[in-house]
Design a protein around this ligand. Structure first.
Ligand code: 3EB
Length: 368
């Protein structure tokens, strides 16, 4: 199908340039072909984009100053208290080819389209409840809901909560988080490795615990990185319970384009942090990790994900705002400068990590 001259999905490949050349790029949007498509839309045109959306909207992720979740009459809107630092404020929009049904039964809000379910569990903390207990309850709720709703397969989780590196009753909150998450998974599944999804865990500026998830009716394929010890096999020096997540999850609907959801990827080789204190070298190590993961995905599946330079979207979490230029320089030198990227400020789960990068890669058609 030839691209329409005003095809927004094509323009969004580089929203910065698209807007510079056409202040109204939203006209004549072509309908989406995939069951699910995720795009970054500049917040300045989000209203018009939603009016003319080329499909139904499953949900939106908005990163900024406030945290909240609400289901409007038409979509799920998730606000995360994590500041953006790009030149242009972006909204992450999840588009669906098919109509969306919404459910908001606090603390869980979901939007499903018959194939995929996007959800967010959100709950404020009270001082008497330790984070592991809250997180265990959250995961139990999410796992039970997905099972009952028929979206049994978890593909991707985003774990956002404040004070991630702060100790709570003698144990760092990230480590408590790992304890609670594992307890809920282990209670429901005996073969954890076959079900653990790709994930990210990043500290927010404050507000509630928010656990965002993508689940589906068809099973996904979870992939590990040969350069890294599987997170669920980390030794106990990193915490009493190893983290429960996969390095990537491949999701495909029938014979349509497959997507590879790459987990938050850090400068870790084996299980050790590399390049402490150097954001540029950490970023470069992350790109090497992602490259290896894409190669591995090609081996483990029949898809061809080998091209590091062709993700659909990137999300970059940075501990320090001052590192932005250095991190961007390495990403550009790695051939990724034209990929839509969201730069966020958040604390990462090891104190010595300065950068973490996640992304979505589409497989190349006709290969594999
Ligand atoms: C790492 O590789 C870096 O606990 O869910 C990255 C992505 C990291 C997800 C999680 C942690 C998590 O261990 C940290």
């Amino acid at each position: 199908m030839a691209a329409h001259p005003f095809d927004l999905s094509a323009l969004l490949v580089d929203p910065h340039q698209a807007l510079a050349h056409d202040p109204r790029p939203h006209t004549g949007i072509s309908p989406i072909r995939d069951a699910l498509k995720i795009v970054y839309v500049p917040s300045t045109i989000i209203g018009q984009f939603l009016n003319d959306a080329p499909g139904h909207v499953l949900g939106m992720m908005r990163y900024g100053t406030q945290a909240s979740v609400r289901s409007t009459s038409s979509d799920l809107s998730i606000h995360v208290a994590m500041p953006q630092i790009g030149e242009m404020e972006l909204v992450e929009v999840w588009l669906s080819r098919t109509p969306v049904s919404l459910d908001q039964t606090r603390p869980l809000s979901t939007a499903g389209n018959g194939e995929f379910l996007l959800g967010c569990w959100e709950c404020g903390e009270s001082p008497e409840v330790e984070l592991d207990h809250l997180v265990c309850a959250a995961y139990e709720h999410i796992l039970a809901f997905c099972e009952t709703a028929g979206y049994q397969n978890l593909f991707r989780m985003w774990n956002y909560f404040p004070a991630i590196n702060t100790e709570q009753d003698g144990l760092e909150r990230y480590k408590r988080f790992c304890v609670g998450r594992h307890k809920a998974f282990a209670a429901r599944f005996s073969d954890l490795q076959s079900v653990l999804p790709a994930a990210s865990a990043v500290g927010t500026q404050g507000g509630p615990v928010q656990i965002v998830f993508l689940a589906g009716k068809q099973p996904g394929t979870h992939i590990e990185n040969p350069r890294q010890v599987s997170a669920y096999h980390y030794p106990s020096v990193y915490g009493p319970q190893s983290p429960s997540f996969a390095r990537a999850t491949m999701v495909g609907s029938s014979k349509a384009k497959r997507l590879l959801y790459v987990a938050g990827t850090a400068s870790i080789v084996g299980h050790a942090t590399q390049h402490v204190g150097d954001p540029a070298k950490q970023t470069s190590e992350i790109l090497s990790n992602i490259e290896k993961l894409l190669q591995q995905s090609t081996w483990d599946t029949t898809e061809n994900f080998h091209n590091r330079a062709s993700p659909d979207l990137l999300k970059v979490y940075m501990r320090l705002k001052a590192d932005l230029k250095q991190v961007q320089r390495v990403i550009s030198a790695g051939g990724l400068e034209r990929i839509p990227a969201l730069f966020l400020i958040g604390d990462l789960c090891r104190k010595d990590l300065l950068v973490e990068i996640e992304g979505i890669w589409g497989s190349e058609e006709g290969s594999g």
